[in-house]
Structures are given as C-alpha cells and as structure tokens.
Design a protein around this ligand. Structure first.
Ligand code: AOS
Ligand code: ZN
Ligand code: ZN
Length: 426
C-alpha cells in the first residue's frame, strides 16, 4: 500500500489550528532570541535518515521473534513500508538493505518502486555473522578474522558480492559489522585476529568503486562475550586508516560500554575526518536497540551538538550517512520508527538552537555555568512545532503517529498481507 498526499493533507486539517498557534508562538520566541527560523526549518527538512530493512519486522536479527501482524514478506513490501514512513515524516528518504536478506529479484522493478516512494538506497550491509544455506564454510569461529583462509575468502567474497548488489541499486556505501571475537579467555590470539581482519578488510576495500565508502562498525561485546575483534572506535579508526581514504568509522549508539562519552568520540572522529555514519538507537544497558531518544535524550542532544559543530567546522569530514539501527519484539515496528525519526529530528533541531558563538565566548572566559546554561536553554526548548512545520512545508504530516493510527495503516497492511506474514529474511 502507498499513502497518498491527499490522505495526509486531509489528516492535517484536524491539527492545523493547534499547530499554527504553537508554531507562531515558538517562532516569535526564537526570533526574539535572534534565530533564523527559516534556516532552521530548511536544515530540518533536508535531514534524511535511512530506515534499515531489518527494523520493519519484529525482532529476528539477534534474538527470538514474536512476529507483529502484517509484516512485509518481501523486499517490495519493505520498500512500501519505508514509503509509508516517508510519506508521513518526509524524513525517511532512504532505505538500508541487508544481504542476503534483501537480494532483489528484479533490479529495475525495485529501483522503480523505490523511486515511486521517494526513496534512495543508502549503505548496504553484509552478513558474515550467520551461516548461509549451502555455504561451504562456517562462521562459527569468525569470518574476516578466521584462522582458516578459506573461511576468510568466503567472507571477503560475500562482501564483494554485496558491493555489486548495492552498486546495481545506486548505493554508495558498504557497512561491515563483524560478530568476530572470542567467548572465552585464551580462545583466540588477539594479534592474529586483528591482522587477519585488517588484511580481509583491505581485500574488500580494494574492490570498492571509486565513489563508494566503506563503514566499519565497532562493538565491545555480543555475540562474543569475552572479546570482539573490532571492539571500539579506536580499533575501527585504525582499520579505516589502514584501508584508505574511503574507509570510515561508523558509530552505533548502542555499541558502547555504559557511560562512554559518545559525543567526544564523535567530535574526535570528525576532527580527523573519519566519521562515516551513524546507527541511531537508544539503550539502558548495552546494544538494546531501543527507540531513539527514549532513555537518554540529553546524551543524544549532546551528540548532536558535536555533529552540528562538526558539520559546520570540519570540512575534512564527508557528509554523514544517517541510519536507524533497531529491532524490536513487541511494538508495531512502523510506530517505533516514527517515534525514532521524531526523536532524531528533535535532538538535531535543539542542537541547531545552540548559539555556537556565544558558547565559544563563554568557554574562552571559562564561564562554566553559562556554558551549561547555553546548552540547557536549547535543550529545554520544545521544538516539536518546528519539526511539524518542516514536515508541512514538505507535504508531510503534522502529527505522523496520530495520522498513522487514524489512517489505520497497520489494519490495511494486515488486510493486505495477512496476520501471519513474517518479515522476509529475518
Ligand atoms: C549489530 O549489533 C550491528 O548493530 C549491526 O549494525 C546490525 O544490527 C545488524 O547488521 C543487523 O542484524
Ligand atoms: Zn548497528
Ligand atoms: Zn548493534
């Protein structure tokens, strides 16, 4: 199913008066503070986030599945789902595919469908954390880091195949996340694991088209609980440097030990021109993949402060790939993604309100209190009317979640796909 603009506009009528009041009030406040509201609206509208194909079904990437009704049973249906998100939010203009879960049958048809939904293909993701049907070698003891060169070769070849698939769709980047590591102390030699991983990544890198990037994810633990080969940003950064200028570190918010200062990592990577992209999610403990902004919204805001600063000051760092990475068992996945998109935009908009000049001056005077106040004043502003206005200007919904429910999208999807449809691939 596809949502048409008329449905969205009709919905908007319900919220129009209330929205105008809120927006007028906020714009006046911001303009009194010397902010250029139109500039901010434009930045918000331009900010597009890729939806991962694996977030459209319930669970199933790393844990058990308790399927949700009307899940997309094919790549086509996944694209339709992202189209629905984009029609409502005008923020989800891209999709990130996972291979082999999402291998297209008919490339032209898939490209046409994406185009009709206003979507482009963001990073393609390889999968060497599961054994594939009929595969010759097993990844039980690792993929790119495996001691056995035939296993490494198979994993390298898979990544090269993923690049080829992505290239046919117009993707411009490959994301590599490795589950490789050790569950027990003494199980693996750290140095040989790292050397093999670096060599394997270099082999993949050498097959990267000229205008492509390679993103290297890091993660401290899970599924291996004693050690992960690419455990932290430093290791990812080192490997990216070893590969070359088209290789970058990818920060997944859930991939840090508790209380890690992620905003500082972001800042350091941008200074060095090596931050490639983001996987947004939130967490209480580890890689929980919770709804973005649902647990630590202030931390997300601090991260966006560094991103906004970096985007304005670090021309050495390329444009970033913004992606959500989440997977849930119990919530309507589309509702969750609507909430996540809103939270990302909210943190971004608040960060845009920070007066960077004033902050710099306060830092130079060592006025610690004022530095904090500047951040907190921006954070405490309710920017939701700005987000709604940016959507209205782009033809989206004033209140995406509300409209998703009153347009009975899930009900229609269930009617079309059935109660028991299970997201393909997962
Ligand atoms: C896994 O923890 C990583 O975050 C991956 O980016 C992603 O979740 C995975 O590739 C999907 O299964
Ligand atoms: Zn991730
Ligand atoms: Zn993860």
């Amino acid at each position: 199913m596809q949502l048409n603009i008329d449905q969205v506009l009709t919905e908007n009528k319900k919220f129009k008066t209330n929205h105008s009041d809120n927006f007028d009030f906020l714009s006046k406040q911001l303009e009194n503070k010397g902010k250029n509201v139109n500039n901010i609206l434009k930045k918000i509208a331009d900010f597009q986030v890729a939806i991962p194909s694996w977030a459209l079904g319930a669970g199933g990437t790393r844990f058990g599945r308790f399927g949700f009704f009307g899940e997309p049973a094919s790549l086509e249906q996944k694209i339709e789902d992202v189209g629905i998100l984009h029609a409502l939010t005008k923020t989800a203009g891209a999709v990130s595919l996972h291979i082999p879960w999402d291998i297209p049958q008919d490339y032209n048809a898939i490209k046409e469908l994406a185009k009709a939904n206003g979507l482009v293909f963001d990073a393609v993701n390889s999968n060497t954390f599961q054994d594939q049907k009929n595969a010759k070698e097993s990844y039980r003891f690792g993929s790119l880091s495996n001691l056995n060169s035939s296993v490494r070769d198979q994993a390298i070849q898979h990544n090269i195949d993923v690049i080829k698939i992505g290239n046919k769709l117009g993707s411009k980047s490959l994301t590599v996340w490795l589950a490789d590591g050790a569950n027990f102390a003494g199980q693996r030699n750290f140095q040989s694991s790292l050397i093999h991983t670096e060599d394997s990544l270099k082999s993949i890198y050498s097959e990267l088209p000229e205008d492509w990037k390679m993103f290297i994810e890091y993660k401290p633990y899970e599924p291996n609980f004693y050690s992960t080969v690419i455990q932290d940003w430093g290791t990812s950064f080192m490997l990216a440097n070893a590969c070359g200028e088209k290789a970058y570190t990818l920060v997944d918010l859930g991939h840090h030990l508790p209380n890690t200062n992620i905003e500082q990592i972001v800042s350091t990577l941008m200074l060095k021109g090596k931050l490639g992209g983001f996987h947004f999610n939130d967490s209480k403990y580890g890689d929980d993949d919770s709804t973005v902004g649902s647990v630590k919204p202030y931390a997300l805001f601090l991260i966006f402060n560094e991103l906004v600063y970096g985007m304005a000051n670090n021309s050495q760092n390329p444009d970033l790939a913004w992606m959500i990475d989440a997977s849930h068992n119990i919530k309507d996945p589309l509702e969750d993604l609507l909430q996540s998109l809103e939270a990302i935009q909210e943190a971004y908009a608040k960060a845009l309100l920070i007066d960077q000049e004033e902050l710099k001056a306060a830092q130079e005077r060592n006025d610690v209190t004022l530095c904090q106040e500047i951040l907190q004043d921006a954070y405490r502003t309710d920017v939701r009317p700005l987000l709604a206005q940016a959507r209205v200007l782009s033809g989206g919904a004033i209140d995406p979640l509300n409209s998703y429910r009153s347009l009975k999208v899930r009900e229609s999807l269930i009617k079309q796909r059935g109660v028991n449809s299970i997201a393909s691939g997962l």
